[in-house]
Design a protein around this ligand. Sequence first.
Ligand code: HEC
Ligand code: HEC
Length: 288
Amino acid sequence: MQIKIVIGTIAFMLTMMVFGYSALREPARLDRFTNAELGRSIESGAHIFANNCATCHGTDGTAQNCVDAAGNQIACQGLPLNYNGLLCGDPSQRMTDMGWKGTKAAYVLTTVSAGRGTIMPTWSEQFGGPLRQDQVRDVTNFVLNWESETLCAAPVVTFAWPEKAEDFLAGTDEIQVTEGDPARGQELFSITYGCQACHGTIDGSVPAVLGPSLANIETDGATRVEGMDALNYVYHSILYPSDFIAPECPTGPCAGPPSAMTANFGANDRMGGNPQDMADILAYVLQP
Ligand code: HEC
Ligand code: HEC
């Protein structure tokens, strides 16, 4: 009898130990499970992005290289997504600018689900878009996965843009620019920086869609901000779009601040690393 109780007790204790051990292991198993699940989600998000988003946001999400269905390079109409302003920090710079109080994931998910403004489409079925909710989640996970140590190591804007356009054009120790070339400026305006996708052409042959037409900006620009001439106004508008919101956009009064215009043109991996681009764009935009 005694021996049975002892055996029973030992067996009970062993069982508890096995249970206890697997209970301890459970979080690790769950982690592995969620990681594999997240991996699959990101992978399927990559396909959704390539097929639905890359034409506007660029193949790598930097809005610098967009191709149409036939493989021709076109101007990127979307904002950059794969950049530190949107993805780094909690909240990120972009979330703060937009006054977003929720999480980063919710910011991306909500924008993708419901769309925004006149160009960014509505994607979720819930709002009449073409994607199921799990597909919206997958593409959101794909976008969020661009956050990395390398991406976030560089501050949002570190290039020291001089306050005044004249000082920039005259050059400083760090910046040497030659006289602006309007022909090169036109190329940068239409393709490289995608200004044309929102503003149309300067001669008006392609109408503006999202931002104001810049056809008369060489005169209008001088009337926007007290004490600022057209050159300084355009220079400032490119670097800090939200500082002053233009009155009239193609679909009514311009929204903002924050501006619907791309906010990172001055960053190091854009004009900050290629200041001559700024000089050439100014020459093109401001030609009479
Ligand atoms: C037809 C062009 C177009 C397509 C296609 C497109 N977008 Fe956009 N997207 C835009 C534009 C333009 C904006 C800026 C809208 C605004 O602020 O007015 C934007 C904004 C965004 C933003 C918010 C960025 C920010 O900084 O606030 C996210 C996130 C986004 N898009 C993700 C996607 C995803 C994911 C897809 C594919 C499922 C997609 N977009 C497809 C044009 C597009
Ligand atoms: C995603 C769309 C978009 C892109 C790309 C874009 N802009 Fe804009 N831009 C806007 C919107 C919207 C406004 C009006 C709101 C504001 O004032 O910020 C604007 C305003 C401006 C203004 C002030 C216009 C006025 O009438 O006062 C200038 C100048 C300008 N943009 C130049 C540029 C240049 C140069 C580029 C390319 C390097 C560019 N923009 C790229 C959307 C865009």
